[in-house]
Design a protein around this ligand. Sequence first.
Ligand code: ATP
Ligand code: MG
Length: 462
Amino acid sequence: MRKPQSLRAQLLSRLTLPLLIVVVLDASVSYYVALHYADQAYDSWLLDSAKSLAQEVKAQKDKVTFELPPIAVEVFRWDAMDKTFFKVESLSAGIIAGDKGLPSPSITAIGRDEAIYSDGEIQGQKVRIVSVLTTPTADDTDDVLISVAETLHKRRSMMNEILLAVVLPQLLLVLITGFHIWTGINRGLSPLNDLAKLIAQRSARDLNPIADTGVPLEVRALTHTINALLHRLGSNLKTQQRFIENAAHQLRTPLAGLKVQAERALLADKLETMKPALAHMKNSADRVAHLSTQLLVLAKSESLSQSAREFSAIDLVSLARDCCMDWVPKALERNIEVGFDAPKAPVLVIGDETLLRELLSNLLDNAICYGNPEGHISVKIEATPEPNLIVEDDGPGIQVNEADKIFERFYRIPGSRGEGCGLGLAIVKEIADLHAARIIIGPGYAGCGTRIDVVFESRFAT
Ligand SMILES: Nc1ncnc2c1ncn2[C@@H]1O[C@H](COP(=O)(O)OP(=O)(O)OP(=O)(O)O)[C@@H](O)[C@H]1O
Ligand SMILES: [Mg+2]
C-alpha cells in the first residue's frame, strides 16, 4: 500500500524548491559577475605596474638597460598582503633585472605593446602574471619583455568577501520566505485540522450536518460531501430502524398468540381439549418460521447488493420447472392447477440460483395464496426479445393504485387472505434489482387475475 503523502510536505517542497533554485542561480550569477569585474580591476593595476616598469627600460647605443634604484624597487614590491615579482628580459641579452624564477609566456604569442595575462607559480606560490613587450631601441633591433606578477591573497580575500556579500542576503531571503511559506501553509491547512477535530469530537449518533460557516470555499466542497453522506446515512439508519420495528412487531403477534395458546394447553387435562390450542401454536410457530425465513432472504439479497457478487449462468427453464414441482402440492391443497410453458432450449441468465428460486417461490406463493381456489396458475419462460419469467393467476388481481405499495416492506393490501408478513414482493423487487431485471405487473387471464413479468436485461443474458 502506498504511504499517504503529507499535503504540508508537498506544498512546502513545491513552493520552496523553485525558490531555492532561483536563489542559487541568482547568487552564482551575481558572484561570478562581481568576481569578473574585480579580477579585471586587479589585472589592470598589474598592467599599470608593468607599463610603469617599461618606462624604465632604456636603449644606450645598441644595448638595452633597465635602471631602477633599489629604493624604487622596494616601493614597487611593497604590498601589505601580496608579494610582487617582476622580470625584465631582453630577447637578445636575456634577463636584465628582476626575479629569474618568474615564468614567461611564449614570446611568439605576444605582439608589440600588447599585454598578455597568465597564471603561474613562483617560490611555491600561485601568481597572476601580466607581460608586455616593448621596443626601446630606435632601430627595432631588440625587444624587451616585462612581466609583473602578484600572489593571489588579495584576490582570494576579495572572493570570500564577495561570496559573503552575495550569499548572506540570499540566505536571509530564503529563511524569511521559507518562514512565511511555512506559516502560510499551516494557516491554510488549519481549517482542515479544525474540521478533523470537529468530526473526531462527534458522537457516533450525531448525524446532523457539519456547520460550514467560516469554512473556506475549498474546504466547503469537503463539508458538503460529508454532509451529503451524513444525510444518506441518516435516512438509511431511519429505514433500518423502521424495518427492525416492523420485524419486531410482526414477530410479537404470533409469539403472543403462541404464549396464550401454550397457557391454554397447559390448563387442559386431556389431549383432546389440548388439540385446538396445539393447532394454534403450530400455526403461530409457522408464522414465526415464515417471517424469519423472509427476513433472512431479504438480509441475504441486501448484503449481496452491497458486496461483490459471485453470479453464474443459470438456466431459467430448469430452475422454474424444479420450483413449480415444489409448489404443486401446496397448489393442490386449494385445487389449483399449475401450468408450465417454456422453450426446449435453456434460457440462460447470469445470477444467483438461490435468490432466483426465492423470487419465483414468492411469486408462486402469492399466486396460490391470492389466486382463485380451483383456479389456474401458469408459469412461462420466454427467451426473446429478453429472458422473461412470467407468473400468471386468475385471482382478483391487484388494483392499479396498489401496484407500487405492494413492493414496500411489510405492506399488505387491507383484507388480504392468509397470514403473510408483507415481505414477499419486497424480496422479489430486491432480487430483481440485484439482477438488473425489471418487474411488470398487469392483468392475468382474459383481463382478470394478476400477471407478473420479471424481464432480465439482455446484458445479463448469455
Ligand atoms: N398474485 C396476487 N394477487 C392478488 N394480490 C396479490 C398478489 N400478490 C400479492 N398480492 C398482494 O400484495 C400484498 C403484498 O404481497 P407480499 O407477497 O409482499 O406479502 P404477503 O404475501 O402478504 O406476505 P409474505 O409474502 O411475506 O408472506 C399481499 O398482501 C397481497 O394483498
Ligand atoms: Mg407473499
